[in-house]
Design a protein around this ligand. Structure first.
Ligand code: AMP
Ligand code: ZN
Ligand code: FE
Ligand code: FE
Length: 281
């Protein structure tokens, strides 16, 4: 089983990289992608925890914003993290999440909710990319909400009055930097990202021109009809089709290996990277 998109305590997942590796081995996964939000902080621990039977694909899920302000997530896999332009892009995104969080906390407390940055930090694992799920956990710890899910259905939703954006590259910029660093770029949960606005083929065509390599088709946020449409679009543009769990430990319902990538598609994708960077025990 090939599962190319997962999160750890280096962003908003709840398994440490080591625990993720162990969970993947016990699920019978053979190729695992570690793709924390805007971060490569989990790569070393994950690599050092590998055991025979599991291959590791090092990556990151890059938060992007289109010119019109739509949030898009771009998976970068098999890139060289020493490439400074990509590293700087990820760092700027992580850094801007701190003032962004301060603004969200300010809005919530102005509306009468007893929540502080200290509460948020207490809910954030050391070194993790700071995100709304940590704010959700802090609101749960304060007894204001019951779960991350409840937070994302209301208070912390993208359409909420409490939502604040952070600095993010456009999808085209992210693709260019991932490719320049020798990696491959796959648009994550493509339909879900652009839902409401619907994924227009013309938008996707621009991303293909920018160097996009694949589309995540099989993902829990896509219906059967959406998957069928995306597969057709992927075929038209010659893009690799992937499927993955977007596992977050207990932070989300998604279970490891619930959606997977076909071996043939993975072979195509891996061959595009500038070097064979898959890590083996
Ligand atoms: P942020 O990057 O800080 O804007 O937070 C967005 C992250 O929240 C996404 O990467 C999701 O993984 C996570 N998220 C979205 N909806 C939910 C949910 N219902 N439960 C838990 N986590 C969620
Ligand atoms: Zn997440
Ligand atoms: Fe995502
Ligand atoms: Fe994700």
């Amino acid at each position: 089983m090939i599962d190319l998109h997962t999160h750890t305590t280096c962003s908003d997942g709840t398994d440490s990289p080591r625990a993720l590796i162990n969970a993947a081995l016990s699920k019978g996964i053979s190729v695992l992608g570690i793709t924390d939000h805007d971060s490569t902080a989990g790569w070393d621990e994950a690599s050092n925890s590998l055991r025979p039977g599991l291959s590791l694909v090092l990556g990151a899920e890059v938060s992007c914003l289109t010119q019109s302000g739509t949030s898009v997530h771009m998976l970068g896999l098999l890139f060289d993290r020493e490439e400074s332009e990509l590293a700087t892009m990820l760092e700027e995104s992580r850094d801007s999440r701190i003032p962004r969080m301060r603004k969200m906390v300010g809005l919530l407390s102005a509306a009468g909710m007893e929540i502080t940055m200290e509460d948020v930090y207490a809910a954030t694992p050391p070194g993790a990319t700071l995100g709304r799920p940590h704010l959700a956990d802090a609101l749960v710890a304060r007894g204001i909400l019951k779960s991350r899910d409840e937070a994302f259905q209301g208070l912390l939703n993208n359409n909420s009055e409490f939502y604040v954006e952070h600095m993010a590259p456009t999808p085209e910029e992210a693709i260019a930097k991932i490719r320049a660093a020798g990696g491959v770029a796959v648009i994550a949960h493509a339909y879900a990202s652009m839902r409401g606005q619907l994924l227009k083929e013309s938008d996707l065509e621009l991303l293909v021109k920018a160097g996009l390599n694949g589309i995540e088709v099989d993902h829990r946020d896509h219906s059967g009809v959406e998957r069928t449409n995306l597969r057709k679009i992927a075929g038209e543009f010659g893009l690799v089709v992937t499927g993955s769990s977007d596992y977050h430990g207990t932070g989300k319902m998604n279970s490891l290996g619930e959606n997977t990538t076909d071996a043939q598609e993975w072979d195509r994708l891996e061959a595009i990277a500038s070097e064979r960077r898959v890590v083996r025990a």
